[in-house]
Write a protein of this length. Structure first.
Length: 248
């Protein structure tokens, strides 16, 4: 979840080097262009790019951004470094491409979750409807968290992520404002900001666990958010009946 971060230091693209054992390695297209985009976009290369990005996601998750290298990504993808360099000049370009894809999917996910029609639901069901897809996305795409945290991440990713953070906070405020129309605007803003922080902190705990323990933390997160919002929902919009949530 987004928070403001310092911009990245000099990038591999600027230095002509990758990290962690790849120093000085350049692909056939490494000197061309400065956008950090894949160099080849022929239809026949799309499957290879997808393969490389999937491998990169695994390596970023296991080693972190700093610990990852193009050599490790190539090994994970089952290709030679030379093949990787046909599509990406360095690790930064891979991270930018993967980050853009993930943020596009994240934007679609929260766009579908934060819709005003959900205020017609009882509070517990509204929380399920809003939070479940957000939690599922992060659990299914752990590289998203890796590529959106840390000062070493390429600046273009952090800037885009900060914009998403602001957009999500605005959508949260709009949804709560519609659900709790009697609240003053300043209180809605504070409630939205607090709800956002609670979700981010709870999501970190969810992501640290797997299986039944992860499910238990998801229930705890929903319980905390319900108990925070439920007193405010006593005066609900017409036709809305606050629901109850079953907690351990």
């Amino acid at each position: 979840m987004p928070e403001a971060r310092a911009g990245a230091a000099a990038t591999p693209a600027q230095s002509g080097k990758d990290t962690k054992g790849d120093e000085g390695a350049k692909g056939p297209d490494a000197g061309s262009g400065a956008t950090g985009r894949p160099r080849r976009r022929q239809a026949r290369g799309e499957a290879r790019i997808a393969q490389l990005l999937e491998a990169a996601a695994d390596v970023f998750c296991s080693s972190g951004y700093n610990g990852a290298s193009t050599n490790a990504i190539a090994r994970e993808a089952g290709v030679s470094p030379g093949t990787l360099y046909q599509f990406f000049p360095n690790k930064e370009a891979i991270a930018i491409e993967l980050g853009e894809q993930l943020m596009h999917r994240w934007r679609e996910t929260y766009g579908a979750a934060f819709v005003v029609s959900h205020i017609e639901l009882p509070l517990d069901r509204m929380l399920d409807t809003v939070l479940d897809p957000l939690i599922a996305f992060n659990c299914e795409n752990p590289a998203f968290a890796v590529l959106t945290h840390g000062s070493e991440i390429p600046g273009v990713i952090t800037r885009e992520h900060d914009l998403l953070h602001a957009s999500m906070l605005t959508r949260t405020e709009q949804l709560l404002g519609a659900y709790l129309p009697e609240l003053p605007a300043d209180q809605v803003a504070r409630t939205a900001a607090m709800s956002f922080v609670i979700f981010k902190a709870g999501l970190d705990l969810v992501m640290e666990h797997e299986g039944e323990e992860r499910e238990a933390y998801i229930r705890e997160l929903k319980s905390v958010m319900y108990r925070y919002l439920e007193p405010l929902a006593c005066d609900t919009p017409d036709g809305v009946t606050p629901g109850r949530i079953n907690t351990p």
